[in-house]
Design a protein around this ligand. Structure first.
Ligand code: PMT
Length: 408
């Protein structure tokens, strides 16, 4: 069984970072730092104007390699650097990409190291335009970006807001973490291409009155990791999430809900258009029978809160399963195997990930999780403690393997 660990896919990969002359060039230093942190081998090419904004030495020190700035450099007689680097690159990222490089690449002009190198590149290219909003919106730049898109470049939308030149609008370089995310995505196998994946995440919130509610400590991390991983692997992902404090995964259709009822109606609305459903949300099993419209006053020493059962969304999905792959989680504090197997059977699932909650490194709120996967055929797989990002990929590996063997 193959195991893809999310950040491992970037380890020892050759990434070429092209830096052009824009005020956002300083952000590419942070991007380089992130790439190095996860073990990438980063080679940097700077245009002449990029060197006006950030020192070449900074990139050299952080990448641990000489920065390339010109086609005519000493020692290049031993190799043709722009051809070698292009051949060896697993991915190329240009950040920031100016109007100038956009125009050159859209028209096949090769008059400096970066543009010459780019003509020889065969690997995925992540192109991150950053410039004044009027320049970005100009017909020429838009036309050139369209050409690059048609040539297979992945063009990252610039952020919108106040720009260094004092104007406001689109043109900001995306955050380094988002660019890093797109580089990761470009390195992933696209084994979920064409698959529609529905994921749920986070807690639900059942209101007692306008200022009090029943909920649980789910942070949404597990479900968000699954949604991000599925998108990286080419899936068309819908993420239905309870209230959490996490950034939205890129390129995922987000649906925000609060209560179990809202989650149920969102899930049932999207289930028909899903090939794979993974329910990582911690849905409240009960809600107050009555939710007071006004804040309940503190009068009595004791009050009794009557609760009624929420619909079991996953069980209902199990009833309507059809050919879909259905995966759930079982959050347990004891008897993991017995309880997880019971839920697997009762909810008609293909896989259930059983996790013991309440431990400092597993379950709610943590970055890591330790689960045992229980399968429909009765087998099980105990996984070691690992990052939720990594676990998300293993779960998807198993789903993909299951789908393939199902077709055999
Ligand atoms: O969000 P994190 O902080 O990262 O924490 C991750 C997690 C602990 C929440 C996650 O790993 C997890 O275990 N999620 C499932 C939590 C849960 O509700 O478990 P359960 O055993 O009560 O429910 C079993 C399954 O039925 C779950 O897939 C759940 O989504 C589903 N369910 C439960 C009740 C209900 N009314 N409707 C449901 O669909």
């Amino acid at each position: 069984m193959s195991i893809i660990i999310m950040h491992d896919c970037i380890k020892n990969k050759n990434i070429v970072l092209g830096v052009c002359g824009g005020i956002a060039a300083y952000k590419s230093v942070e991007l380089l730092r992130l790439l190095k942190k996860y073990g990438a081998n980063v080679r940097v090419i700077m245009t002449q104007s990029a060197r006006e904004f950030v020192g070449q030495l900074t990139f050299e020190a952080l990448s641990g390699q000489p920065v390339c700035t010109s086609i005519f450099e000493e020692n290049d007689y031993v190799s043709i650097r722009h051809i070698d680097w292009a051949r060896e690159a697993d991915a190329v990222v240009i950040a920031p990409a100016t109007a100038n490089i956009t125009g050159k690449l859209a028209n096949g002009i090769a008059d400096d190291m970066l543009s010459t190198f780019m003509l020889a590149v065969k690997s995925p290219v992540i192109f991150c335009p950053s410039m004044n909003a009027n320049m970005y919106e100009s017909k020429a730049v838009q036309r050139n970006l369209e050409t690059l898109r048609a040539d297979g470049y992945f063009i990252m939308e610039p952020g919108t807001g106040k720009l260094a030149c004092g104007t406001a609008g689109p043109g900001r370089l995306p955050e380094p973490a988002d660019i890093f995310d797109r580089i990761l995505s470009s390195l992933m196998p696209k084994d979920l291409k064409g698959k529609r994946v529905l994921v749920t995440a986070g807690p639900t919130m059942e209101l007692i009155d306008p200022v009090r509610f029943i909920s649980n400590p789910s942070s949404g991390k597990m479900g968000y990791s699954i949604a991000r991983a599925a998108e990286h692997r080419g899936g068309k992902v819908v993420l239905i999430t309870g209230p959490v404090n996490l950034s939205d995964p890129l390129n995922v259709n987000m649906i925000y809900v609060r209560t179990a009822k809202e989650m149920a109606s969102a899930v049932f609305k999207h289930m028909k258009r899903s090939d794979i459903i993974i329910k990582a949300a911690a849905v409240s099993d009960y809600r107050p029978v009555r939710s007071s419209k006004q804040k309940i006053k503190k009068k009595k020493d004791e009050i009794v809160l009557a609760l009624q059962k929420n619909q079991d969304i996953l069980k209902e999905l199990g009833r309507k399963k059809g050919n879909r792959i259905l995966a759930g989680f079982a959050a347990e504090t004891e008897n993991l195997e017995k309880n997880a197997r019971k839920k697997l059977a009762e909810k008609n699932l293909d896989i259930i990930a059983g996790n013991i909650v309440g431990s400092p490194s597993s379950g709610f709120g943590t970055d890591t999780n330790k689960v045992t996967l229980f399968y429909r055929d009765g087998s099980k797989e105990s996984l070691p403690k690992m990052e939720k990002d990594a676990l998300a990929h293993i779960l998807l590996d198993r789903i993909v393997e299951g789908m393939v063997s199902h077709l055999d």
